[in-house]
Design a protein around this ligand. Structure first.
Ligand code: GLU
Length: 315
């Protein structure tokens, strides 16, 4: 790149200087369910087993999809399972200024353009945005989104295939041009896009390792692209298997997966470790949460995780 990279460190103070900084970044669209506990546990154990920091970031960026009180419920639930985060929780809803200033820098580089295409237009393009508004003039007084010029950016990337190694899913490759297209950084309803906020915040918090659900494997290449564009070091990623219901549907807040309860914390932790392939001994299930967490930390082996989605039964 021929221009100085924008910086977005803002005013976050990192807890302690640490070579490993991990995070759990839930969206408060509902209470913690078993699938999100699995992600929390994997990111927690992986960070702590590497003497790292484990941060929690509340991704409350999309009010229409949020549930009042869910952010607090999630935090209480983490505490109830003995999962203590380092430093203060940060809330994306309080960081709009940081996202806007990053966007302003990208605009100043001419890496962003306005787009007024509709969902129907996108469908007619086969679902991958074809760059139609790159060279059209758009009426800025009407609702429009802002898109990243995902390729054709001077000197970047040299190849269409974006490659990276995932700690759990192995080597990955994605063609940003044909499989992703120019992504939205700010939505036409005025909200900042998750793809922008997540990268800006991972940079600001100095995240070195992102351990999260496998549903986000697909968006990792475009996030890595953005890291590169912002001149930031690339984190390492590991995507953990999703918990699915017997009918194959992912456990998620959207399909009303049952909330996990703190009164069952020991059992939930034990089942989480089992789901993650760690083979906790049967008699550990009755132990206290801190004993189970200690066991998990001591015996944590990332390479024992079976990366494929598998069934979790709520009963
Ligand atoms: N907030 C996202 C979610 O709850 C996770 C983002 C991430 O871990 O990168 O699905």
């Amino acid at each position: 790149m021929d221009m100085p990279a924008p910086t977005h460190s803002s005013a976050i103070t990192l807890p302690i200087d640490s070579p490993y900084i991990g995070r759990f970044a839930p969206s408060p669209s509902g209470p913690l369910h078993f699938g999100s506990l699995v992600t929390a546990l994997a990111s927690y154990f992986d960070a702590k087993a590497h003497q790292g920091q484990w941060l929690v970031r509340m991704e409350d960026l999309d009010p229409p999809r949020e549930q009042p009180g869910a952010a607090d419920t999630i935090l209480r639930s983490l505490e109830g399972h003995g999962l203590k985060w380092d430093g203060d929780v940060i809330y994306q809803s309080q960081r709009h200024g940081v996202y806007q200033s990053c966007l302003d820098d990208l605009i100043a580089h001419n890496w962003v353009y306005p787009c007024d295409c509709s969902r129907q237009d996108l469908n007619a393009m086969g679902g991958i945005y074809n760059g139609r508004c790159r060279c059209r003039s758009v009426d800025l007084s009407l609702p429009h989104s802002l898109r990243l010029r995902l390729y054709d950016i001077k000197d970047y990337p040299s190849s269409d295939e974006f490659r990276f190694h995932d700690l759990i899913q192995g080597s990955q490759a994605q063609n940003l041009r044909t499989q992703v297209g120019d992504q939205i950084l700010k939505r036409r309803d005025g909200f900042y896009a998750y793809q922008l906020a997540v990268v800006v915040d991972d940079i600001a918090q100095g995240i070195t390792h992102v351990i999260r659900g496998n549903d986000l494997l697909e968006v990792t290449a475009r996030q890595l692209f953005l890291f590169g564009l912002l001149g930031a070091p690339l984190p390492t990623y590991g995507h953990v298997p999703l918990a699915v219901q017997a009918n194959g549907q992912k456990l998620s807040k959207q399909n009303h997966a049952r909330a996990i309860e703190t009164k069952d914390a020991s059992r939930n932790l034990w089942r989480g470790l089992e789901f993650l392939g760690q083979n906790p001994p049967a008699d550990l299930a009755g132990a206290s949460t801190s004993e189970i967490l200690d066991w998990g930390l001591h015996y944590w082996r990332r390479d024992k995780i079976n990366g494929q989605s598998h069934v979790y039964s709520d009963s």
